[in-house]
Design a protein. Sequence first.
Length: 416
Amino acid sequence: MTEGNVDVLVVGGGIGGLANALALTQKGLKVRVLERAAQLGEVGAGMQLAPNCTRILDQWGLLDEAVSLGVLPERLVMKDAMEGGELTTLDLADLKERYGYPYLVIHRSDLHGALLRACRDAGVDLVTDTTVTDYEQVEDGAVAVHDGGREFAPAIIAADGLGSTARALFSDDEPVSSSYVAYRGAIPVEQVDQLNVSLKDVVVYVGPKRHFVQYPLRQGEMFNQVAVFESPKARAGEEDWGTPDELDAAFEGSCDSVQAGLPLMWRDRWWRMYDRNPIMNWVQGRLALTGDAAHAPLQYLAQGAVMAMEDAWVLAEHVGQRMGAEGPDWDGALAAYNAVRTEHCRRVVLTARDWGNLWHHTGVKRLWRNAVMRARDPKDYAFVDWLYGPTALTPELLAPMFDPANAPTVEVPESA
Ligand SMILES: Cc1cc2nc3c(=O)[nH]c(=O)nc-3n(C[C@H](O)[C@H](O)[C@H](O)COP(=O)(O)OP(=O)(O)OC[C@H]3O[C@@H](n4cnc5c(N)ncnc54)[C@H](O)[C@@H]3O)c2cc1C
């Protein structure tokens, strides 16, 4: 057993794992990351980082680099996927004024790369090709059991994603399938030259059992698209869910702008959308869950990786506040982390499900949704204040949630 040579083991080297490693290293701890893949990296396309995340990137000294790698869009625009008309907007310059930090879109490999560089520079020990299969609680710490042996640390943070091995010690739940499937595509911007797209906005087309997202990446050199739809085969429990013929069928009848973007999606891979039911305890002894392992959401609020980075920041702040000559008071720090993050992430995971349902309404409900969105005052930020404001360190500081009763009242159409 490797003993006593690190303060913290982090299991998983995704965005959540690296964020925890960096934040704890910045508090003076020695951290080792154990990653099962042969190389540290990220697959996928763009991601949106709201001000509650860019505030934290700034504290870690990474905001300028992230901004230089990404794009600061001007607006977030919701449109109807069938008619193409605008439903509501968020002015992102105004948002920066309100929350003090920008709304950023970035290629996920660029964000992961920035975290990785920062971890390397800070001296994090990054170990690949190591799969953790079990954990043991021992006095004053925990042990990670992996294919290369057993490793002790005073604390272990499990950032091992949606299919987390560590989570099985906390709950016998499984990832929940939504039957929705995502196609992605990050392509050179020249490929959309002839299309009617905005290179300054994040545009989300919402429609019956489908949605379509577009935004620029890498200082406008790339263009990102995400097409999401309910797969009839996934819903029926069939194996060959989400094939390109299902993609094309699901988007039939969509407006011209959406139809024009579809052929540019990557058509050789697609992703099933899962989340996890909230669990209200993420800490056992000196083992803690973080990121998707703790709270995988559906992606509709664009807060999955953001929550992982918030987890990292909150835990590190509590560790920093409890640092003694012998190291941190881990039990106190982990309890404080558990007390606030489980509740915030419960709210986000459940609201993301509702938000997705709202996007995907059919028939009269879709018309009602459109009417509510059109009636919203574009300067009304009540529905994002609870998300985009400063990350709470204690339960008392959690912002009150948006109350749907405060949404605009509209005439409900009688038929679609
Ligand atoms: C279509 C889509 C769009 C999204 N858009 C956004 C967005 O705009 N904004 C946003 O904030 N979030 C977004 N998300 C969510 C975001 O991608 C995830 O929440 C985030 O990447 C989770 O990071 P993680 O590090 O917790 O988990 P992961 O990225 O899954 O990383 C887990 C790591 O642990 C490793 N691992 C697993 N098991 C073991 C083991 N036993 N031993 C060792 N290593 C192990 C894995 O190899 C992996 O490297 C989106 C998700 C999807 C699907």
